[in-house]
Design a protein. Structure first.
Length: 93
């Protein structure tokens, strides 16, 4: 199987920008590590990847830290992982 391509949403980009502005280097290192793993094996790795229960969109999540998680969808046919959010828990605003 080949490498997955990563797509981000505007919300994801805003979330990551907020993390960068916070100056939390450890948190940003973890985000970068998760993104690297998503390219290779989106269903395994750090952050306890899990399929979100009873989710018709079949989203997955991984913990960044106690307060934040990344949510994403996997397209195995086109080898694309779309990162939907990178801040908060699930649909927190």
């Amino acid at each position: 199987m080949g490498m997955y391509r990563i797509k981000t949403t505007k919300r994801t980009e805003k979330d990551i920008e907020a993390h960068k502005k916070s100056g939390q280097r450890i948190l940003m290192d973890r985000v970068e590590q998760i993104f690297k793993e998503l390219k290779i094996h989106p269903e395994f790795g750090i952050g306890k990847p899990k399929k979100m229960k009873k989710d018709p969109l079949e989203r997955w999540s991984r913990n960044i830290d106690d307060k934040n998680r990344i949510t994403y969808q996997i397209d195995d046919i086109n080898l694309v992982v779309t990162v939907l959010t990178a801040k908060g828990h699930y649909d927190d605003k």
